[in-house]
Design a protein around this ligand. Structure first.
Ligand code: BTN
Length: 270
């Protein structure tokens, strides 16, 4: 087993100033998102970070679970309080995806898939779950990030073998999880401060540059049905803009996206 994560080891690789002022590194937890939600309700400070060596009930988007084997990957949640409301939640999670893509990019060429998956060679390496807590006057967001760091191919569940990967699989060597966590916090703070200072336009432009989707044909399973079209890019409000076959534009606000024809090895440099 690799050394357990510690606050000092993570801070040694982070230049974030307020994200991670408090870091808790847990051993086993059901879900770091659930734990941070409890800390938030108890009044914990903006930027509090929790990691775990393993999650017994890791949660993903759309009610899915998140595979969380012990000591291999990064399971991290952050409490964010400052000036957020429900309308900013999608911008915040897109911003987090961009920051995670930039962090993983320090090891391997990585790309973004809407809304906030990070891919290497077309396979998912990071997932993000942003949850808004709005109870009476207590409003905060729990930003949960799962990074497949050192999981080997053999450790991937069979149903994920074609869809998921890890930094180690792609780099061909194991990677220091504390370093990945520290770089992640650094990029997150920079992009989050930018979102609050300058708004979403610059973030959307950077997202479009790192996206593997612009110009591709996709299918979206939306709450109202299935839509296909060519991706034009991210709109300033966070919606994904498509050109449908009849030439009309369509905005995707929520849904599950499939890139038709697959990603091949987009972004892997191969
Ligand atoms: C997705 O489905 O893509 C989102 C996955 C989010 C997983 C992370 S791991 C840390 C945090 N705790 C959770 O229970 N989920 C998030």
């Amino acid at each position: 087993m690799p050394p357990a994560l510690t606050p000092d080891a993570i801070r040694a690789h982070s230049s974030a100033r307020w994200i991670g002022t408090r870091i808790e590194c847990l051993d086993t937890i059901d879900s770091t998102n659930s734990h941070v939600r409890s800390l938030g309700l108890e009044g914990a400070a903006d930027g509090t970070v929790v990691t775990a060596e393993e999650q017994t009930a890791g949660r993903g988007r759309l009610g899915r679970s998140w595979v969380s084997p012990r000591g291999r990957n990064l399971y991290l949640s952050i409490l964010l309080r400052s000036g957020l409301d429900a309308s900013l939640l999608s911008q915040l999670s897109l911003t987090a995806g961009l920051a995670a893509c930039e962090a993983v990019g320090e090891w391997c060429a990585a790309t973004l898939k809407w809304p906030n998956d990070v891919l290497i060679g077309g396979r998912k390496v990071v997932g993000i779950l942003a949850e808004l807590e709005a109870r009476d006057s207590d409003r905060f967001v729990v930003l949960g990030i799962g990074v497949n760091v050192n999981m080997s191919r053999a450790e991937l569940p069979a149903e994920l073998a074609d869809k998921a990967t890890s930094i180690a699989i792609e780099c061909g060597r194991e990677v220091d999880r504390a370093q990945v966590a520290g770089r992640l916090l650094t990029h997150l703070e920079r992009r989050y401060d930018q979102l609050h200072r300058d708004g979403f336009a610059e973030i959307a432009a950077a997202w479009n540059r790192l996206s593997a989707m612009v110009g591709r044909q996709i299918r979206v399973d939306e709450p109202g049905g299935i839509v296909t079209g060519e991706v034009l890019g991210l709109a300033p409000d966070g919606a994904l803009c498509l050109k449908r076959e009849d030439g009309r534009e369509h905005r995707v606000i929520a849904g599950d996206v499939t890139v038709l024809g697959g990603y091949d090895r987009v972004g892997s440099g191969e």
